[in-house]
Design a protein around this ligand. Structure first.
Ligand code: 2AM
Ligand code: CA
Length: 268
């Protein structure tokens, strides 16, 4: 395990402890609104502070791109940590049990190490580039189910760009007809890990931020998954349109997106 992955695990475990404490004390209702439907709790801020402290102690010169202290700076070739202190804040605020800490380490614009820790079930997902993906230390692999009709699909509902909603719901309707079902856990990082672990076969969403997918995507790729933006290109980190799956279900979802989302709206 690289020193970066070790540090990310240490930071995620420390953050998870803090989040649990807030959860047990029912303190997570001090909610601040960043915008419509856009929540931040004291637990998000405390979790992020702890993660940045642990990473900065070990790597004082590295860049940090974190949700609650986000700058508009894009990603450079420099060593950069992309952090979501709680992915699934709306779940957390309502005590709905799926929320994660997500930490990705990037260099040369590529993910090198990733950790997603689901706090309620204490599921620790890790990956190092070229080294495979693991759940609690045990290797995980994407599902071999290639028939879309027998595939389970995960998705998320949008918070912004709501003018796309009608087309998005047509896509949703078609997938309800043509797959085994659609799930909406509420944490994109967790959706990607479930996909990596073979618990579902595909995932799509729009309106996601880099910190939602920066770590989960490496875990998914290391488990054998395929990811792209909605036009099949590789602008999935900043492009706000994300689709993934095993090879066949990814292709199926891309076709479905093409069928239901107007050409002018496939890219942001
Ligand atoms: P978050 O909890 O870190 O914000 C759920 O569909 C996914 O969308 C989550 O990964 C969630 O991440 C993300 N998301 C993006 N924008 C959001 C918003 N304004 N409010 C809540 N979740 C948002
Ligand atoms: Ca978050």
């Amino acid at each position: 395990m690289s020193i970066e992955l070790e540090t990310a695990v240490k930071a995620a475990e420390a953050a998870s402890k803090i989040i649990r404490k807030y959860s047990e004390q029912n303190k997570h209702f001090d909610i601040e609104l960043k915008g419509k439907n856009d929540l931040v709790t004291d637990a998000d801020l405390a979790s992020e502070k702890e993660i940045i402290k642990i990473i900065s102690e070990q790597f004082p010169d590295d860049q940090i791109l974190a949700e609650e202290s986000a700058s508009n700076a894009g990603l450079t070739d420099a060593r950069t940590w992309i952090i979501d202190p709680i992915d699934g804040t709306t779940n957390f605020a309502h005590r709905f049990p799926v929320f994660c800490v997500s930490i990705g380490f990037w260099e040369h614009q590529q993910a090198q190490a990733a950790v997603v820790l689901e706090v309620n079930q204490n599921e620790l997902y890790t990956a190092g580039k070229g080294e495979g993906a693991f759940l609690n230390g045990i290797p995980i692999h994407i599902s071999k189910q290639t028939n879309p009709g027998q595939a389970l699909i995960a998705t998320g509902f949008p918070y912004k760009e709501l003018d796309l909603l009608d087309d998005y719901l047509e896509l949703f309707k078609s997938l309800i007809h043509n797959t085994h079902g659609v799930r909406r856990p509420g944490s994109a990082a967790y959706d990607l890990c479930c996909l990596a672990a073979g618990r579902c076969e595909g995932f799509y969403e729009y309106g996601l931020a880099p910190w939602d997918v920066a770590a989960g995507t490496l875990i998914l790729q290391e488990a054998g998954g395929v990811v792209s933006d909605w036009s099949g290109g590789d602008n999935w980190l900043f492009g706000e349109r994300y689709v993934a799956g095993n090879h066949q279900v990814h292709s199926f979802l891309l076709d479905e997106i093409k069928k239901h989302i107007p050409a002018g709206k496939i890219e942001r």
